[in-house]
Structure formats: C-alpha cells, structure tokens
Design a protein around this ligand. Structure first.
Ligand SMILES: [Fe+2]
Ligand SMILES: [Fe+2]
Length: 300
C-alpha cells in the first residue's frame, strides 16, 4: 500500500502527503474537534516521496504569511556583506552544535542518528571560513565585522539552533538544518552571476556558490530527506514541526533586513568595523546619497 504521512503543524493546520506526490493542507474547524481528522499522530513508516512533501510543505507554511509582503530588494554590496556576516554566524557553531546533538543520540542508544549528525558536522566544517574569505574579497575587515555585527534577523535563528542542539532529545536540529539548506539550494546560477557582476574585485562568492543549487547543499538536502524518511514516525513528526518553526523564524528575519535602508546598513557596518568601508559604500556615496536617506531597498 502506498504510504500516507501527516503532521499537525499548528493547532488547526495539518500537512498530509502521499508517496505518489500529492500534498495538501487540512484546516480543522476549531469549534468542532471531531473535524480534526489528523489530530492523532501518524505511526507508520515513511517514504522519501511523502517525507519531502511534508518537509517542504512546512517551509511553505512558515513563509506563507510573509510571502506577499516580501519585496525583492535591489542587490547592493552592503546588503551582500551583511548577508555574508549572517552566513558566518549561522555556520560558525554548526559543527560543534551538531556534534553535541550526536553525542546525545549516542548516549540514547541511537547510533544511526549520531552517525548521520557526525557526517553533517564534518560536511559543514569550514563554511564559516568561506564567508570570512568572501568578506575579505569584498575588501572589508571580515573578522572585525563578524565580531561586532550580528544581523538582526539572524540572531534569533542562531539562538534557536543552539537551544535545539542541547535539548534532551535534540531531533529538532535536523528540521532546522533542513530548512536552511533547502532554502539555500534554491539559489540559482543567475543569482551568483548577479553578485559577481556587482563585485569588482576577486571572487567573493565562495560561500554563496557552495550554498546554492551548484554546490554541496543539493546533496545535503537529498541525504537529509532520505534519512528523515527512514526515521520512526514520532521523529519524522518532530522534524517536520521543527522545520516549520525554523521557517517562521527565518521568514521573520527576512522582514527585519528588508526594512533597512542601504544608508542604515552602511552606517551599522562602518560602526562595527570602526572605519569607513569604501569598497562597499563607495558607489552608494558617489551616487551622492546622504547617509540619512530614506529607505531605498523597500518597495511595496
Ligand atoms: Fe554550510
Ligand atoms: Fe550544507
């Protein structure tokens, strides 16, 4: 029989997916508890065809509420530098955090989860350095910037991951990682080309490239889907629920950064660097824009 999987995500919304690829959202009527057909957690085995749809459904649901408000801001060097600083912060503790969770699963007698997390920890090692190299290629003091600047939208994400990895049963960290990696893997070659066209100096797209559809992120996502599908039902449920929560936090963070003007961003970065940053602010200043200019990147 074909596999059907479901996970209750919020008090009234469940995602249901079939191995054959169908997926839908069920909204229960809060006044009629008997209408909540998926209130009882699933207990059967998973399958990649349905598990991937639960995971991606959770991401879509997390981003759904902000989708219309998301403007496509103009790509700027300052915005890219801030994104790299964010990338550094979401990468620097990942191996340590994943190893901590792996150790916990080892102690819990779940060597297969521990082994999976160990592999992930190895694969993610050094990604913080890629971001630092890219910052240097942009001509800005990467070390000082990452030490003094944390993009507002990134801080809650990092905090959340730290907390997930020290839980007594840290299975949720897989949902968090899936959310970030799946979204990174959506980046296309044309996105990288755009950044490259903007950066006059040496290659500053190493992090972006490896965290895009061209890099290792694609295989990380595939491996995770297969692994999650092999987990018992209660673990799959927790991973999907955590994927949703991470997507919500990430979506909220996007809003923060988008509301910032380029002028504000440059000011914050220069304050963090303790110096002027002509390599990323030069073109902005030469356009004659004042640093107290109105938000430029925000469009309805
Ligand atoms: Fe990475
Ligand atoms: Fe990755």
């Amino acid at each position: 029989m074909a596999v059907t999987e479901w996970v209750k995500i919020t008090y009234d919304i469940s995602i249901i997916a079939r191995e054959s690829g169908e997926v839908w959202f069920h909204t229960a009527d809060a006044t009629k508890p008997e209408s909540d057909l998926f209130a009882t957690p699933m207990t059967g085995a998973g399958a990649t065809g349905s598990t991937i749809r639960l995971l991606d459904g959770a991401i879509n649901l997390g981003f759904a509420r902000i989708e219309q408000r998301l403007a496509r801001p103009e790509l700027t060097l300052a915005g890219y530098a801030a994104a790299l600083i964010g990338a550094y912060h979401t990468s620097v503790d990942t191996p340590r955090n994943l190893r901590r969770a792996a150790k916990r699963f080892e102690d819990l007698g779940r060597p297969e989860v521990a082994a999976y997390l160990e592999v992930r920890a190895r694969e993610e090692t050094g990604h913080d350095r890629l971001a630092l190299k890219d910052l240097r290629a942009l001509g800005v003091p990467g070390e000082r910037l990452v030490a003094n600047y944390m993009p507002e939208g990134i801080a809650p994400l990092c905090k959340h991951f730290d907390e997930l990895c020290v839980q007594d049963y840290p299975i949720g960290c897989i949902g968090y990682s899936y959310c970030l990696e799946r979204i990174a893997a959506l980046k296309q070659e044309s996105d990288i080309d755009k950044v490259q066209a903007l950066c006059p100096g040496p290659d500053a797209t190493r992090f972006l490239r490896s965290h895009s559809c061209l890099g290792s992120e694609v295989s990380h996502v595939e491996e995770t889907i297969e692994f999650v599908a092999s987990l018992p039902a209660n673990d799959r449920t927790s991973v999907v629920q955590e994927t949703y929560r991470s997507a919500l936090i990430m979506a909220e963070g996007y809003n923060h950064e988008l509301l910032k003007s380029e002028a504000e961003l440059i000011e914050e970065l220069e304050r963090a660097a303790g110096e002027r940053l002509p390599s990323i602010a030069g073109s902005f200043r030469s356009r004659g824009e004042k640093l107290d200019a109105q938000p430029a990147a925000w469009a309805e």
